[in-house]
Design a binder for this molecule. Structure first.
Ligand code: XMP
Length: 319
């Protein structure tokens, strides 16, 4: 893609000029956006880049190992695996309001980066994989008050007190363009094709109060759901698919006994850029088979629903 080739060259030049001989730390979330941002910046300045992978304990099953392994082994990036699970889950304990949860996570992200940035001599820049849709969902309408649909923790929330300058090399791009740029940079297709994953992670797929137990149940259900989607060859037809664990337990029967376990909702949408979305029209066979697997294989879930809400009026995530 010649357009992305030109964009890549321009950005590499711009990053080199902006950064000079200083160091950059990159907010690596494991998503396509931050991965492409990291690859681009690495191409520009090599080992002047250190990636910090903040493990907030809100990641999917095996996610941390996969992401850290991929960046260290395949791409030769310097990656710090910052396991801050205790910090995040501790601060989130007892919190059920969606915006409060997002704000706590956003604030801790900044604190954690500050901590790691302080440990890297000469670090003056913080890189983020902010995309154009993130930017425009947070802008003010002309003449009116600033309207934020959801507080994306990775947009505009970085206070100057952090003492780091921001680099956002993907700020002008939509998701499909970011993927093209990633391919251009030689990232593996399996990685480029990954569904987006939100910065706040499983926190926004666990409506209401987060507990370790709910997170563990959610991880297992989500892994089975994605396994089903891959096995049926549907992964690439879907923009994003995930399970949300609902803050309600329901009665079921298992053998001779009564169960009283969590209900979950499966979500899958098609979209071009995440701004609008339609629910994915799975076959009834697929849904039935998947629900049966989740209920049989995941201890703690006894009911499964399918979310058929489009965006708008819904959002893709549950919080
Ligand atoms: P919504 O739920 O707003 O999501 O329809 C649109 C897209 O954005 C992702 N998303 C986020 N990504 N930080 C992110 O990096 C966030 O705080 C955040 N909130 C939502 C969501 O997964 C979907 O792809």
């Amino acid at each position: 893609d010649w357009t992305m080739g030109a964009y890549r060259e321009q950005m590499v030049e711009k990053i080199r000029t902006d950064v000079g001989d200083k160091k950059v730390i990159c907010a690596l979330s494991g998503g396509v956006d931050s991965s492409v941002a990291a690859a681009l910046i690495h191409e520009a300045i090599g080992d002047q880049l250190t990636c910090v992978f903040v493990d907030h304990g809100l990641l999917r099953k095996n996610e941390a190992q996969e992401v850290v392994g991929m960046f260290r082994d395949n791409m030769n990036l310097q990656v710090i695996h910052a396991d801050e699970t205790e910090l995040f889950l501790g601060e989130l304990e007892g919190q059920s309001d969606p915006e409060t949860k997002r704000k706590i996570i956003g604030k801790l992200f900044i604190d954690v980066f500050q901590k790691y940035a302080d440990g890297i001599e000469g670090a003056e820049f913080l890189a983020q994989g902010t995309l154009y849709p993130d930017v425009i969902e947070s802008v003010s309408f002309s003449g009116g008050p600033s309207v934020t649909i959801k507080s994306h923790h990775n947009v505009g929330g970085l206070p100057e007190k952090m003492g780091l300058k921001l680099i956002e090399p993907l700020r002008e791009l939509f998701k499909d363009e970011v993927r093209a740029l990633g391919r251009e940079l030689g990232l593996p297709d399996s990685f480029i094709g990954r569904h987006p994953f939100p910065g706040p992670g499983l926190a926004i797929r666990c409506p209401g109060e987060i507990t370790r137990n709910k997170l563990n149940i959610l991880r297992e259900a989500d892994a089975i759901y994605l396994d089903q989607i891959r096995k049926h060859g549907l992964y690439d037809d879907i923009w994003q698919a995930f399970v949300a664990i609902l803050p309600v337990r329901t009665v079921g029967v298992m053998g001779d006994g009564r169960t009283y376990d969590y209900a979950c909702a499966l979500r899958a949408v098609t979209s071009v850029d995440g701004m609008t979305a339609d629910y994915y029209p799975f076959s009834h066979e697929f849904l039935g088979e998947t629900a049966t697997r989740i209920i049989n294989e995941v201890k703690g879930i006894n009911r499964c629903t399918y979310d058929i809400t489009s965006k708008p009026p819904g959002t893709i995530e549950w919080e």
